[in-house]
Design a protein around this ligand. Structure first.
Ligand SMILES: [Zn+2]
Length: 446
């Protein structure tokens, strides 16, 4: 059976940035067969025609940085910088178990799906001793809702008594981290195009991870062929910490560890010098830009225009729900545009540039060539955006109108040819039930 998504404004995000204002997308077995504008493909008995009524169709959005568990601890440490915020939250996160993680992941992933996100990366690095099944709980939530997940086996092994930031009881032993990462890879990782579940390796940050664990993580990732991720250069305090401990900036520290490479992407990168931006471009290192979180914590504004101009891979991230209380990726599209203009003026980013970061850019950051664009051979991950509501009246350019007027609840989200959201509602789960179950768990973190 084939599906023809017809009568849409199709934003392909291909290399030429092709758009079809009167376009269609033909899908078979979860994969895009052809995309075009004007006359539709010849009618055949085995084609289901789905009329989109002039809606805008984009690739499903790709989130490149999150901590789903943080939905349990929103609106805490409200006026704090990163280190103060972390010190207040670590003890709460120490209560995490699989039941709470499952409720948190369902909430965060449902929010993401309703904002048009079809693939989500989660940077999970809190593994309280004796609590099993945390990554598995996230993966289960993603499978049930129908979205793709890249789940990381994150880690922290530098406790406060060794000069790190996290409490000693929240850090793990290096050998246990490596063994658990290998186990999750063997049990969960799907290689190749169309993967619904993948594993990444993601030690937390320079101030919570030893040099040795950074090195071991990189060699394990390269042995298994997995992507590598960490937080980097988020705040000025982090830079001061690195200079004191390692005698260099965070980016120089990573470079010295062999971490600047095309299999790596880093979250934030707010405080990078022009030469460090060039170094990211030379080495193919990717960036997860998280503008709302950076503003919420008063961390600064990343030089995204410079990253894009230098040729870096750049995607967007909502970041954890304790530093951006919304897991709305379309909101980040607009936020990325606004902060780029706040920093560099009205030419600093177009609406289409911002949308590209959240789709093609995010896919490139995750090392995925099977998603992020509407092109033959790629996965049928489609976000359909209604344009007949109040907020888009008068916007002849529907694509720019969509970004400027964001955020929006997606009308329909298709992942691998299957509906995940239809008429603005989750297809495979009930939103109200997810919210209720989440509140029951969140009370344990009060
Ligand atoms: Zn983060």
């Amino acid at each position: 059976m084939r599906s023809l998504y017809a009568n849409g404004w199709v934003v392909t995000m291909d290399d030429a940035a092709t758009e079809h204002p009167h376009g269609w997308v033909l899908v078979e077995e979860g994969v895009i067969v052809s995309v075009g504008g004007g006359a539709e493909p010849e009618g055949r008995d085995d084609v289901e025609r789905i009329d989109l009524g002039g809606a805008v169709v984009t690739p499903g959005l790709v989130n490149t940085h999150h901590h789903l568990c943080q939905t349990l601890t929103r609106a805490r440490a409200q006026q704090a910088d990163l280190f103060t915020w972390l010190r207040e939250l670590y003890p709460m996160w120490a209560r995490l178990d699989a039941e709470a993680e499952y409720a948190a992941a369902r909430t965060g992933l449902a929010e993401l799906a309703l904002s048009g996100c079809s693939t989500a990366f989660d940077h999970h690095y809190v593994f309280p001793r004796g609590r099993d099944g945390l990554v598995e709980a996230e993966v289960q939530a993603a499978r049930e809702l129908g979205v793709r997940i890249v789940a990381s086996r994150g880690s922290m092994d530098l406790g406060v008594s060794d000069g790190g930031l996290p409490p000693d009881d929240l850090v793990e032993d290096l050998d246990a981290i490596v063994a658990d990462t290998e186990r999750l890879y063997a049990e969960l990782h799907e290689p190749g195009p169309g993967a619904r579940v993948q594993i990444a390796i993601a030690p937390c940050s320079p101030f919570s991870v030893t040099r040795r664990l950074m090195e071991e993580s990189a060699s394990l990732a390269r042995r298994l062929g997995l992507p590598l991720h960490t937080h980097l250069a988020e705040t000025v305090e982090e830079e001061e910490y690195c200079r004191e401990l390692y005698g260099c900036t965070p980016a120089e520290y990573l470079d010295g560890l062999g971490w600047l490479s095309d299999d790596v992407w880093c979250a934030h990168c707010v405080h990078l010098s022009p030469s460090e931006v060039r170094r990211f471009a030379e080495t193919g290192t990717g960036v997860a830009h998280c503008p709302t979180s950076n503003l919420r914590l008063g961390a600064g504004i990343a030089p995204v225009r410079n990253f894009v101009d230098a040729g870096c891979r750049v995607g967007l991230g909502v970041d954890g729900s304790a530093s951006n209380e919304r897991s709305d990726l379309f909101a980040e599209v607009k936020q990325a545009l606004l902060v780029a203009r706040g920093r560099g003026g009205p030419d600093a980013m177009t609406a289409r540039d911002a949308l590209r970061l959240a789709t093609r850019g995010g896919a490139a950051v995750l090392g995925r060539e099977d998603i992020g664009a509407l092109e033959p051979g790629r996965q049928a991950d489609l976000a359909v955006w209604a344009v007949d509501g109040l907020e888009l009246g008068g916007a002849e350019d529907r694509v720019a109108g969509l970004v400027f007027a964001g955020p929006h609840r997606v009308e329909r989200l298709v992942v691998g040819g299957e509906d995940v959201v239809r008429s603005g509602a989750l297809v495979r789960a009930e939103e109200a039930e997810i919210a209720r179950a989440h509140r029951t768990q969140a009370r344990r973190f009060a």
